[in-house]
Design a protein around this ligand. Structure first.
Ligand code: CAA
Length: 258
C-alpha cells in the first residue's frame, strides 16, 4: 500500500480502514484527499485479501466538506476544463462493499462522500448537512442527487436550501443512515458489519451491490430483470452450492469466493 499524505490506512482480517486525517482542517477534502482516498480505495478493491472497506474520519469530523480555502480561488473555466469533483467517481466505482463510519461533521462534500458508500452508520455526535448555499453555491459531488434519493425531496430541499445541519437521530429517521451508535462504539460497530460481510461470498456481495445500485438507474422492470439475471448467474458459483448445502446440512457455510 502506498504511503498517503492525508489519510491513514490499515487492513486486517479482510477489513480495510481508510481514515481521513486532516483534523486541523476538520478533514476538509482538498484534491490531495481525493487522490489519496480514491487511490487507497482502488488498491484495496484490487487486493484479494480485502472484502470490505470502512471510511471514517478523525476527532470532530468525518469531513467538513470540500476545501473552501482551495475552492475560493477556483474560476469557472478551470473548474469546467478540469471537470472539478468528477474524480470522486473513482470511489463509487469500487466493487467491494464500503461502509461510512460517520464520527462527526459530514457536511457538503463530507456528506457526499459518506453517501457514495454503501452503508452509512453514524455516531451520536454525527452531523449531516449540505451547507453550500451559505457559500453562494450548491452541492457539487452528488448532494442534490444522492441526498434526494436517500431522504426524499422535502428534506433534501430543506437541508440544501437552508444549509442547516441534521443530527444523527434525524438522519436515521430520514433513512440516510442505517444505524446510530454511541460515539465510542462506532468503529467496533463498523468492524462488526464489515466482519459479517467478510464472512459471506464476495461474489454474492458484489452482486447485491450491483443490484441495489441499479435500482437508482433503471425502471422497475429493467431492474427486476437485471436482478433476476444476476440471481441466475449466482447459481453458477461454488458459493451458491456451498451456501445451500450448508443450510441443508445444518452447518456454517465455508465460502471460497468462487
Ligand atoms: N474547508 C476548509 N477549511 C475548513 C472547512 C472546509 N470545508 N471546514 C472547516 N475548516 C477549517 C476552518 O477554516 C478552521 O481552520 P483554521 O483553524 O485554520 O481557521 C478549522 O477547520 C476548524 O473549523 P472552525 O474553526 O470553523 O470550527 P467550528 O467548530 O467553529 O465550526 C463547522 C465547525 C460548523 C463545521 C465549520 O467549520 C464550517 O461551517 N465549515 C464549513 C462547512 C461547509 O461549508 N462545508 C461545505 C463546503 S463546500 C462543498 O463541500 C462543496 C461540495 O458540494 C463538494
Amino acid at each position: 500500500m502506498t504511503d498517503f499524505e492525508t489519510i491513514l490506512t490499515e487492513s486486517a482480517d479482510g477489513i480495510a480502514v481508510i481514515t481521513i486525517n486532516r483534523p486541523k482542517a476538520l478533514n476538509a477534502l482538498n484534491q490531495q484527499v481525493l487522490e489519496d482516498i480514491a487511490t487507497a480505495a482502488e488498491q484495496f478493491d484490487a487486493d484479494d485479501s480485502v472484502k470490505a472497506i470502512i471510511i471514517t474520519g478523525t476527532d470532530r469530523a468525518f469531513a467538513a466538506g470540500a476545501d473552501i480555502k482551495q475552492m475560493a480561488e477556483l474560476d469557472f473555466a478551470t473548474a469546467f476544463k478540469t471537470d472539478f469533483f468528477a474524480g470522486w467517481s473513482r470511489l463509487t466505482a469500487v466493487r467491494k462493499p464500503t461502509i461510512a463510519a460517520v464520527n462527526g461533521f459530514a457536511l457538503g462534500g463530507g456528506c457526499e462522500v459518506a453517501m457514495m458508500c454503501d452503508i452509512l452508520i453514524a455516531s451520536e455526535k454525527a452531523k449531516f448537512g449540505q451547507p453550500e448555499i451559505n457559500l453562494g453555491v450548491l452541492p457539487g459531488m452528488g448532494g442534490s442527487q444522492r441526498l434526494t434519493r436517500a431522504i426524499g425531496k422535502a428534506k433534501a430541499m430543506d437541508l440544501c436550501l437552508t444549509g442547516r445541519m441534521m443530527d444523527a437521530e434525524e438522519a436515521e429517521r430520514s433513512g440516510l443512515v442505517a444505524r446510530v451508535v454511541p460515539h465510542d462504539e462506532l468503529m467496533d460497530e463498523a468492524r462488526k458489519i464489515a466482519a459479517t460481510i467478510v464472512s459471506k461470498s464476495r461474489i454474492a456481495s458484489a452482486m447485491v451491490k450491483e443490484a441495489v445500485n441499479a435500482s437508482f438507474e433503471t425502471t422497475l422492470q429493467q431492474g427486476l430483470l437485471f436482478e433476476r439475471r444476476l440471481f441466475h448467474s449466482a447459481l453458477a458459483t461454488n458459493d451458491q452450492s456451498e451456501g445451500m448445502a450448508a443450510f441443508v446440512e445444518k452447518r456454517d457455510p465455508d465460502f471460497t469466493d468462487t
